[in-house]
Design a protein around this ligand. Structure first.
Ligand code: ADP
Ligand code: MG
Length: 679
């Protein structure tokens, strides 16, 4: 009897095994069919032949054609990966992660093995990696270690039309390398725009164009301008859901906070409708969304339900979501704006270009005819939107790139082969800033400090702060602060029904009125002391996800610090030393209290205010502050602010500040103001 049982168990196991194999086989067949149905598939042989024949090829195909996911696989199948890695750059980290996960899945391998990705602070590759997706910024950094990209047989600069700063700099670098590495294949791939310009730049490289497959999209404009576009978008989504035939909806918003607000709004509005409407599945996607949640946007919508994807402009061309038939476009995106005259840079929500608006609309017509609802007027489209987005290189601070190019031994930046050169003024500003930071000498050459700064994948100001912390013997603390400001998403949260509790918990991290950097330090320290507990985060209204990221970043920073031989030292209570270190990088971002109670930046005086989210008390405003960044909404807000003493500036940045800059102008400060609580 025992034997029979065993026999039966064995056969059941075998049966289960067989079923599992059959399921895998099914999945493989489905995947192969999916791959074969993409527009690029019919061009596989032609494309491979063109790559074989030419060293540089411009590849143009509409979004969703299969450029990003398929071409690296074709190259791998054709044997290129035997000669070296196949690299593919992406302007956005989410795209690099999501696309590599998809390709690993299509190839039936574990992500991080044959197919991997590399983004700032996260390397998911191994010795086995043959196809490597990475952000354009990470490839730039790879040049520091491998200036001829020796490990690669092919490099695909993808999403070239986005013209990010890093992609533009890569153009110049790879064009140069191609000359002395004839065996390296270069693919410049783009969604329809500017192909001729790319070809001209790359010495008339041939353009391989894959004809698009597009269905008509009906475009509707708002009749009158909308006061609150998020609210208007949500109303539009609900109207679509109630009155339009099946098909998923894609809403373009500007960032994580706005997406979270929209999600709340959508949930509360549909709650009121109960079961009278069909199921609405909400799927957000933005840069810092954890990877397990990113997958949700690609899940097939069940029969009878409708999916609403709330996305940043990542869904404009970087990611293609199948099944979208409706697009809701408020016409905005978050942008960095830089004024080379004043050297001021701020983040703001700005109107998109007409070209972007067309791309967004196009997302509705990929698999069937669709509709695009523009939550702005036809007049605004005609008169308030530029034709094309200005390349980032022409509207951003270049200090980062200048430091990197100098580290690569490229000294003559004015004559660097830029596709569109940056404004001369912006280059000059960057050189000046790096000089003031001590990264360049007065001949514009990299200093020892500059070389060490370039080791860190951080903004030069932040790298400088980290390096300065060595002098002040607080490198442990400054590493934590650098990690906390590099998370890129909110640390605190404040549920509406527990706002007072949350605010009290957050206030408990402040010390005196010294400011936000020290507050962030205490958040990190508190969490570390709790042994990185999730309960601790919950009790203190702190985002666990953000903290985990901070821990990862901190670990990498401390590893790099070891590499450049910065001694790890700690002096937790020495807030002066900690703030001096931060100020050693951020003296550029310095503002001074005015007698009207507002602030003005010290150089190139401009009115700025402390962000309402700051821990600094509005009752006792410090006289001198430094800030991490400016955010432009109703006015220029300084975000992440710390009180400093003006005499530090002269000590820290003697090239930049003199005693006269910090001299009191003799006018009395309002009573009670300007007192330093830390003093
Ligand atoms: P292109 O780069 O030309 O815009 P892609 O290679 O990104 O095109 O996309 C090709 C197809 O792969 C699209 O149909 C897209 O929906 C699908 N796809 C891409 N990434 C994923 C993913 N993570 N999950 C499911 N499908 C995906
Ligand atoms: Mg793509």
């Amino acid at each position: 009897e025992l034997a029979t049982e065993d026999f039966e168990a064995g056969s059941a196991r075998e049966k289960a095994q067989k079923a599992k194999l059959a399921a895998i086989e099914d999945e493989r067949a489905r995947m192969a069919a999916d791959r074969a149905s993409l527009p690029i598939y019919a061009h596989r042989e032609g494309l491979l032949a063109a790559i074989e024949e030419h060293q540089i090829l411009i590849l143009v195909a509409e979004t969703g054609a299969g450029k990003t996911t398929q071409v690296p696989q074709y190259l791998h199948e054709a044997g290129y990966s035997k000669l070296g890695k196949i690299g593919c750059t992406q302007p956005r980290r989410v795209a690099a992660m999501s696309v590599s996960a998809r390709v690993a899945h299509e190839m039936g391998v574990k992500l991080g093995n044959e197919v991997g990705y590399s983004i700032r602070f996260e390397d998911c590759t191994s010795d086995k990696t043959l196809i490597k997706y990475m952000t354009d910024g990470m490839l730039l950094r790879e040049f520091l270690g491998e200036p001829d990209l020796a490990g690669y047989s092919v490099m695909m600069i993808d999403e070239a039309h986005e013209r990010t700063l890093s992609t533009d700099v890569l153009f110049g670098l790879v064009k140069d390398i191609a000359r002395f590495r004839p065996d390296l294949k270069l693919l410049i791939s783009s969604a329809t725009m500017d192909a001729v310009k790319f070809s001209d730049y790359f010495d008339n490289a041939p353009i391989y164009q894959i004809p698009g497959r597009r269905y008509p999209v009906d475009i509707m404009f708002s009749k009158a301008p909308e006061a609150d576009y998020v609210d208007a978008c949500i109303s539009t989504v609900l109207k679509i859901h109630i009155s339009e035939p099946p098909g998923d909806v894609l809403v373009f918003l500007t960032g994580q906070e706005e997406i979270e607000a929209a999600e709340e709004l959508l949930k509360s509005r549909t709650r009121g409708l109960g079961t009278r409407i069909a199921e609405l599945i909400i799927a957000p996607i933005y840069a810092n969304l954890p990877s397990d949640m990113q997958a949700k946007i690609f899940e097939t919508t069940p029969e009878g339900a409708r999916k609403v994807v709330l996305a940043t402009n990542i869904a404009e061309t970087s990611l293609t979501i199948d099944g979208i038939r409706y697009v809701v476009d408020p016409g905005f995106a978050k942008q960095n704006e830089y004024n080379p005259r004043t050297g001021m840079e701020s983040l703001l929500v700005a109107p998109i270009s007409k070209a972007s608006a067309m791309q967004r609309a196009g997302r509705a017509g990929r698999t069937a005819p669709g509709k695009c609802f523009r939550v702005y007027t036809a007049y605004a489209y005609e008169h308030e939107m530029d034709d094309n987005t200005t390349p980032e290189i022409q509207r951003t601070n270049l200090a980062n790139v200048v430091l990197l190019l100098k580290s690569l031994g490229i000294h003559d930046l004015v004559n660097f082969d830029f596709m569109d050169p940056p404004p001369a003024e912006a280059l000059l500003r960057a050189l000046e800033q790096l000089y003031a930071l001590g990264g360049l000498n007065d001949r514009g050459e990299l200093t020892k400090l500059g070389r060490r700064m370039a080791e860190f994948p951080l903004d030069p100001m932040l790298s400088k702060a980290l390096l300065a912390s060595e002098t002040y013997k607080v490198s442990e603390e400054v590493a934590s602060i650098c990690a906390m400001v590099s998370i890129g998403s909110a640390v605190f949260y404040r549920p509406k029904d527990k706002a007072v509790h949350a605010e009290n918990a957050h206030r408990a991290f402040s010390r005196g009125n010294v400011g936000d950097h020290i507050q962030l330090l205490h958040v990190y320290q508190g969490w570390a002391e709790s042994d990185f507990s999730s309960q601790w985060c919950f009790e203190n209204y702190v985002q666990l996800r953000s903290m985990k990221r901070a821990r990862d970043i901190r670990e990498q920073l401390t590893n790099l610090m070891e590499r450049v031989e910065i001694e790890l030292a700690s002096d937790s209570e020495n807030y002066d030393a900690i703030r001096k270190s931060i100020a050693a990088g951020y003296f550029y971002h310095c503002a001074r209290l005015q007698k009207d109670g507002g602030y003005r930046t010290v150089k190139n005086p401009t009115a700025v205010s402390i962000h309402p989210g700051s821990s600094i008390s509005k009752e006792v405003l410090p006289r001198w502050v430094i800030y991490h960044e400016l955010v432009l909404t109703s006015k220029e807000f300084m975000r992440t602010v710390s009180e400093i003493k003006p005499e530090w500036l002269v000590e820290i940045a003697p090239h930049y500040y003199s005693a006269k800059d910090i001299r009191d102008d003799g006018k009395k400060m309002p009573k009670g103001k300007g007192r330093s609580a830390a003093a």
